[in-house]
Design a protein around this ligand. Structure first.
Ligand code: FAD
Length: 503
């Protein structure tokens, strides 16, 4: 053990290895700061690795390359329309940082992005119908070499403990984490420490000077000369914390990797006086249960209808997923998706993909030749279900959803390929799937300022302590403005934290 009881010394210690953590670690290491990335599990990337890795960083060179006509001003108009005067300072900091961050990242030979259409989530001034988010370019496993084994595999393979596919490039979230990992490694100043879980923060004379962590070989104390960045996800996988804070859904229904994100970093900071906000909030989504009882994030409904416990529709099923999740939270479940043989498989996108044969064989989906039979199998009131489907089919014939206006928004139409979203459900066999309120992570956590400095209850920064991603309370409050906001904002504030550390 070294001086003052430290096992190792760094300039910057980053807890977590999602998109925010890795972007922050790269900024620190590329700036010559000796940086450690601490990851609780044996794999890097967390929920970020499972993700589509859409990144909502507006007004950057990526949108410019795509000839999108995006601008910081357009995004400002959009965010202001959604968030009002709330969080003006952090919103401005985010907008100001986005172009600089993308310049910094793309300067690195390991990092490359491309625009991918995906509409913003609200019909508000400043919206771009094709969206403004972008994704990482796929990365060949060969280029990553041995490091590839460190990146968390896709969600279905990971849940089944099957590891990476033997061949093929890393895509989406894996490409993002892989690219950042490659870049960090190339700096020579970044050290990746897996199976190292932050347990506590070390406070000396009011300043955070390091962390305590648990490793396979026992506890360690790691000094952070310049700062500690907490980017270790939210508390979505903690049943107790969710219940205490009133987050709808459940730890068994979150899309985060099993058991990883249990709020450790938030709790450690709270123990030394940090304050929190938005604790009942998450990035919500509908989830379809698979044979293993785990949810698949489901979006882009282009057919079928969703009913509540009473057998009635309660929302426009094609709503952007967080908005649909919030309608579910306000309605009475259990919820069911009902569709028919008109659709070729599931009339929606699910991550992981669900195969009808497996779903039906396991009983996760049921199938019947008539609606009363389907009602019996699902426990839905038969009369109400029949009436709901009849009314829905009437809307399909008219081409207008008079109850919930499905198919009227650019987002709905994007996923229906411009065709109708209200498609009749009248061609047996009928199918039903249980839909649960899932989430992509909680979004409440440590209160932080525009430089990601963690704040005490009296609003003063805790010297040496920073937070980003789902460890921090999002500047977007209860709103999910568009695809890629969780990852885009995590990366932007992690980057700002490091700029502050370097000052
Ligand atoms: P994570 O990415 O979950 O990272 C947290 C890491 O910290 C984990 O690796 C965890 O093991 C580790 N950790 C936890 N506790 C400790 C500890 N005590 N010590 C050390 N390490 C610890 N968002 C987008 O912006 N764009 C998308 O396209 C998108 N698509 C999605 C698709 C899917 C299928 C899913 C599931 C989510 C998607 N999301 C998307 C949401 C997004 O992935 C997450 O909200 C975001 O990645 C969370 O980032 P994070 O860094 O806060 O947490």
């Amino acid at each position: 053990m070294g001086r003052a009881g430290w096992d190792d010394e760094y300039d910057v210690v980053v807890a977590g290895s999602g998109a925010g953590a890795m972007a922050g670690a790269l900024a620190a290491a590329a700036g010559g700061l000796r940086t450690a990335v601490l990851e609780k599990t044996g794999l890097l990337g967390g929920t970020s690795a499972y993700s589509g890795a859409a990144i909502w960083l507006p007004g950057t060179r990526v949108q410019e390359r795509a000839g999108l006509g995006d601008s910081t001003e357009g995004a400002r108009t959009y965010l202001r329309a959604l968030l009002g005067d709330d969080e003006e300072e952090r919103r401005e900091a985010f907008l100001e940082t986005a172009p600089e961050l993308v310049d910094f990242l793309e300067k690195d030979p390991a990092v490359e992005f491309r625009f991918q259409a995906f509409p913003d989530y609200f019909d508000a001034p400043g919206r771009l119908d094709m969206g403004r988010s972008f994704v990482p370019v796929e990365l060949s496993a060969e280029r990553l070499g041995e490091l590839a084994a460190l990146v968390r595999p896709p969600v279905d393979r990971d849940r089944a403990g099957r590891g990476h596919a033997a061949s093929g490039p890393l895509a989406q979230g894996r490409a993002l984490i892989g690219r950042l990992l490659l870049a960090i490694t190339a700096t020579g100043a970044g050290e990746i420490r897996t199976r190292t879980a932050l347990t506590d923060l070390v406070l000396e004379d009011g300043r955070v000077t390091g962390v305590a962590a648990e490793t396979a070989d026992g506890p360690v104390r790691l000094r952070a000369r310049r700062g500690v960045l907490l980017a270790a996800g939210g508390f979505e996988s903690s049943t107790a914390l969710r219940a205490e804070r009133g987050v709808p859904g459940g730890a068994g229904w979150t899309m985060a990797p099993d058991g990883a994100n249990t709020g450790d970093a938030i709790e450690a900071a709270v123990r030394i006086g940090a304050s929190t906000g938005l604790l009942d909030q998450a990035w919500f989504c509908p989830g379809l249960l698979g044979p293993d009882g785990r949810p698949a994030f489901t979006l882009g409904f282009r057919g079928g209808l969703v009913v509540d416990a009473s057998g009635r529709r309660f929302a426009n099923e094609s709503l952007p997923y967080d908005r649909m999740g919030r309608r579910m939270a306000a309605a009475q479940g259990p919820f069911h998706l009902v569709w028919d043989s008109r659709a070729d498989g599931l009339p929606a996108i699910s991550v992981p993909p669900l195969r009808a044969e497996d779903q039906l064989a396991s009983g996760a989906w049921v199938q019947a030749d008539a609606l009363p039979e389907l009602a019996e199998m699902t426990g839905l009131p038969a009369d109400a279900l029949a009436a709901t489907v009849e009314r829905f089919n009437g809307f399909a014939a008219k081409g207008a959803d008079e109850d919930f206006h499905r198919g009227e928004d650019a987002y709905d139409l994007y996923f229906s390929g411009g065709g109708p979203c209200v498609v009749p459900v009248d061609r047996p066999p009928y199918l039903a799937a249980r839909v649960v309120l899932s989430d992509l992570g909680t979004k409440g956590g440590l209160r932080a300022d525009a430089d990601a400095r963690v704040l005490t209850g009296s609003g003063r920064p805790v010297p040496g302590l920073y937070a980003a991603g789902n460890t921090s309370a999002s500047f977007t409050g209860p709103v999910y403005p568009g695809p890629g906001v969780p990852i885009g904002s995590a990366m932007a504030f992690a980057y700002r934290a490091v700029q502050d550390i370097r000052r």
